[in-house]
Design a binder for this molecule. Sequence first.
Ligand code: ADP
Ligand code: MG
Length: 691
Amino acid sequence: MADASPHIPGRLALRLLQPHPLGLERLRGIGPKTAARMRERGILDQLHLLLHMPRKYRPTYRFWPGHELIERRASFVEVIGQISHVLPPARHSRAPLEVRLQVDDAEFKLIWFNLAFPGFVKKFQPGDWMRVEGKLDHERDPAQMVHPTFDILKSRETRAPQTEVVPIYSSMEEVRDSLIHPAIAESFSLLHADLEEGAPLNLLRQHELPTLADALKTIHVLTPYDDLDCFREALTTARNRLIFQEFFDLQLALTRRYVAQRRAANAPRLTERELGRELLKKIPFDLTGDQKSAIATIADDLANRIPMRRLLQGDVGSGKTVVALLAAAIAIANGHQVALLAPTEILARQHSRNAHALFTALNIPHALLVGAQPSAERRDILHQLASGELGLVVGTHALVQDDVAFKNLALVIVDEQHKFGVDQRDALLAKGQDPHLLAMTATPIPRSLAHAVFGDLDLTLIREKPPGRKPVRTELRDRSRAPKIYDYVKKRITETGEQAYFVYPLVEASDALANRRSVTEEAERLANGPLKGLRLGVLHGRMDGPAKDAVMQRFSNGDIDVLCATTVVEVGVDVPNATVMVIENPEVFGLSQLHQLRGRVGRGSVDSMCILITGFSLTEDAELRLQAFTTTDDGFKLAETDLAIRGPGLFLGVKQAGLPEFRFGDVLRDAHWLQAARHDARRILLGDASR
Ligand code: ADP
Ligand code: MG
């Protein structure tokens, strides 16, 4: 769970072996005022202070030869040199005082404004030696320093060149780095010997990572580094140490949950598979290899006392539903009940229809439970669920409500699981006695992120698509081409009897979002103009359940040619005769969402098309997304691109309550550390990392 305040250090908490007084006020130079400001920024005590990371590092080059400083474009320097000229400004002029300093083989210009009074100017005599420290501006020729700190030396001095790395914090208003540096150094010297190592030392050795204390020492540059490359290398390793710890803590917690689920386990052993085999015979196609192995894995899980916790990931159209229905049939064959939870009413109704087609033939009693249902019907269903009469119930959030009780719920199936929070999932699971869980998602989550978020689930993948599927040709078109596109769609539908989706971001026109199109307005316009003569239907989230269902049903039966819709058709909807999708304002959608939308077509063996109509100029991000989208059909690749462009928070959406907020690690950049942490946690707690 993410922390309430983004400033409070994330999952990584430092712990001590010995109690210490940790108050910030105990540090030299930190008074109550400064301490209060630090606390406002989430730095509550000395341990938090140690986890306050420098924003950047500033190398300071001391006593390097002049030409080297120029070659390296060194910014912060300390040099010893000899004054070659002094150029005082003319009397009453506002020009600065300029002193030329010869540093070995290079000449620097030192500048002072408004200090050209005789006493000051006289300090500088040609031939004298100076020590100067300041910021070197390479944009000037010769390179110059304005108002450097300096000493006039009695004679020439030589010192060995060295490089100092200065950490820059300065992220706290009004708390100067000059206060933070000593405060961190003091905290470290008080606490470092008692810092508890958060990971076994043999793991650290194996990953060639330093101890936490050593990592912090490097990060805050508490020992000097002469060599910058050396420092950079040490810094990378030190940061990796924190990243690893953060992921490792998370993975330990997730694995503990996984172990606890398995230990407490008293799941029903569903060993009878006959009904599943019967069902298989009724399915009008052969399963793909991935579908077969998914169902075999699931059947094995279901036969076990340890409750299944499996996430079935498969690209849109890969055929997850039939796998779910087979799993349901197995549970029901064993005399138990199954709940199938879907995120939208449209999808619940579609699953219910699919189940109906297959299960009626097998005499499996089943029902649909959604929000908008006559109360008598609802009462009836609840009654039959409680008595155990119903084998399968398909439904929306309505399933999670308190008054829904089962006689013997043995399997919970959550479709499009990323649309739900962990709480909803757990609430449904709580309605049975250690029921099995099959979660499904068509937003293929990159493995690294899946592990970060769903580390307590086992993963199964369906990569293969059913045979005969052709990639959906995707084109990006400017709004000016819209009339041609409408003509094309109309002609195609009239000639072939295929169907189309038109997708819009808004339900109704909105002044605030004037450049986004709305389904209500556009459906009207198309019906009276470009698509006149075709049968149009409208579908959006503000319609009530039965109305949505009626439209969907008519589209599904082929009684509607063109379905104008909002993203309510995003998930799950399956009408194989629909072969064209036109998306208006595609730039407002995320990549994964676009991929979901496009997944509504290309479900048959006919060539399908997806046309994106954009107006106005696109942002660079949108351009990137849309270009990526037109070039690949691979949901996994798109998901990774989407994740990279938008970051995990937006990618998964707000519903994903389980997404941890990482302070040090990045699930993409540091995917291998996440993997290593999962591997290690599983090996330690399960004695086996392969699961
Ligand atoms: P998703 O994985 O996106 O939920 P669905 O389960 O809705 O996909 O399946 C998409 C379509 O593919 C459905 O029409 C389904 O009947 C069909 N389908 C599933 N498996 C196969 C298969 N092995 N061969 C042919 N068609 C299949
Ligand atoms: Mg689906």
